[in-house]
Write a protein that binds this ligand. Structure first.
Ligand code: GLV
Ligand code: MN
Ligand code: MN
Ligand code: MN
Length: 410
């Protein structure tokens, strides 16, 4: 019976497109930063869909939301999920696909009158993106016990608002305690956010691992002075040091090679005027590698270079760790199951690491976990043009359904 069970593509696309209206940007894409007004609207709508499905809803003290579909036995659920916050220039699929595919899987079970042995749940976690509050994935991190609730509530955004204040403002500081919810299995369906599946014409990415992430913020303090009168030899230019660090980050990635990537995604420069030497820069560097030792090497190279370059220019530099996650490897049993179910469905698949960070890498510490990737057109993500073909989303959701059923009925 379960062999022929299939998700409803129209309904899945309806879920995704409706979710994409909250925080929609003119011309396409979404801006739904964690705990913003748009995030509240999206959360309210997803919760209303969970209610319509008759799920038991659990909102915890850090704003993670879980909808639970009853099983025959009162045991920990087999859980699906991801996030619904976005970067400021996000698309409709990053994170949202995993949550909407979860809603669709449960809708399909309900339509078919199936009550699996174990409960089946769908979750969305607070601030996976880290685009407003760092570290990224702090919702799942608190859920899993890797960060204390108090520390997470005190995190500030660039305007000085704390997570605690913003959770209160949108009404999502729930009552359910963090750190005491058992999960049997976790599955996160997600767009690849890279070009491999699209380029190679592969339908299902069987994700074996997630690369390590290192986020650093540098603050550089120089002296602002007149652009026309200050001799080049007498400058203490914070902007120049920032530019050199940016170029060096790229060089480090090339020198190390392999999976090493390096990105300077944020630079704020003061006073930011054409005829004034900059005196204050805040900038971020994002380094990632599948090998933790190599990632540490990249960090050392970068930090040493930043110190030396600041010294040469006569400016002060300080650094702050925004996030640091070691690479993780998912559970073989679940990874194998994803691959088997793709094969059984006649879909070609490829084992691969994830280049992006995901809540699954945090949940992995709690229970058997894996991820299912679907292609992403031209590998574009964290971009308003992010797109995945509906047929590919449907295929990924069907694999999610069959893996979830296997785990829930075992
Ligand atoms: C978040 O999406 C990240 O991987 O940076
Ligand atoms: Mn994501
Ligand atoms: Mn993302
Ligand atoms: Mn991510």
């Amino acid at each position: 019976m379960t062999q022929s069970l299939r998700v409803n593509k129209q309904r899945l696309m309806g879920f995704l497109n409706t979710l994409g209206t909250f925080g929609a940007l003119e011309g396409g894409g979404v801006c739904r930063l964690a705990l913003s007004a748009a995030d509240k609207q999206a959360r309210d709508w997803v919760v209303s869909q969970m209610q319509a499905l008759g799920l038991t809803i659990r909102i915890d003290q850090i704003g993670n939301v879980i909808g639970i579909y009853k099983g025959q036995e009162d045991v920990p659920p087999v859980m699906m999920g991801s996030h619904i916050d976005t970067v400021a220039t996000g698309g409709l699929y990053d994170g949202c696909f995993g949550v909407m595919a979860g809603l669709e899987v449960i809708s399909t079970l309900k339509d078919s009158g199936i009550t699996p042995k174990r409960p089946v749940a769908v979750a969305f976690f607070t601030d996976e993106e880290g685009a407003r509050f760092a570290p990224d994935m702090f919702g799942s991190l608190v859920f899993q016990g890797g960060l204390s609730l108090e520390e997470a509530l005190a995190i500030k955004d660039v305007d000085g608002f704390t997570v605690g204040e913003e959770l209160d403002k949108i009404g999502y500081k729930g009552n359910a305690p963090v750190g005491c919810f058992e999960v049997d299995t976790f599955l996160e369906a997600h767009i690849e956010q890279g070009p491999v599946l699209d380029k190679e014409g592969i339908k299902i990415g069987v994700v074996e691992s997630v690369q390590g992430i290192s986020w650093t913020e540098f603050t550089i303090e120089g002296v602002s002075n007149h652009a026309g009168t200050t001799p080049m030899s007498m400058r203490h230019d914070a902007g120049l040091v920032a530019a050199k660090i940016n170029v060096f980050a790229r060089e480090v990635a090339h020198k190390i090679g392999g999976s090493q990537v390096a990105t300077v995604g944020y630079i704020s420069c003061k006073p930011n005027l054409i005829n004034v030497v900059p005196n204050h820069v805040v900038m971020t560097v994002d380094l990632r590698n599948t090998d933790n030792d190599v990632l540490k090497q990249a960090e050392t190279l970068l930090f040493d270079y930043a110190e030396n370059t600041a010294k040469e220019e006569g400016v002060k530099i300080s650094r702050r760790k925004l996030a640091r996650f070691d690479p993780v490897y998912f559970h073989k049993e679940i990874v194998d199951l994803v691959e088997q179910e793709a094969e059984a469905a006649g879909l070609n698949s490829k084992r691969m690491p994830s280049g992006a960070g995901h809540d699954a890498q945090i949940l992995k510490e709690m229970c058997p976990t894996a991820m299912i990737f679907v292609p992403c057109k031209d590998g574009l993500s964290h971009n308003v043009k992010e797109f995945t073909e509906p047929d590919d989303l449907e295929a990924g959701a069907n694999i999610l359904l069959s893996v979830i059923l296997k785990r829930a009925n075992r």
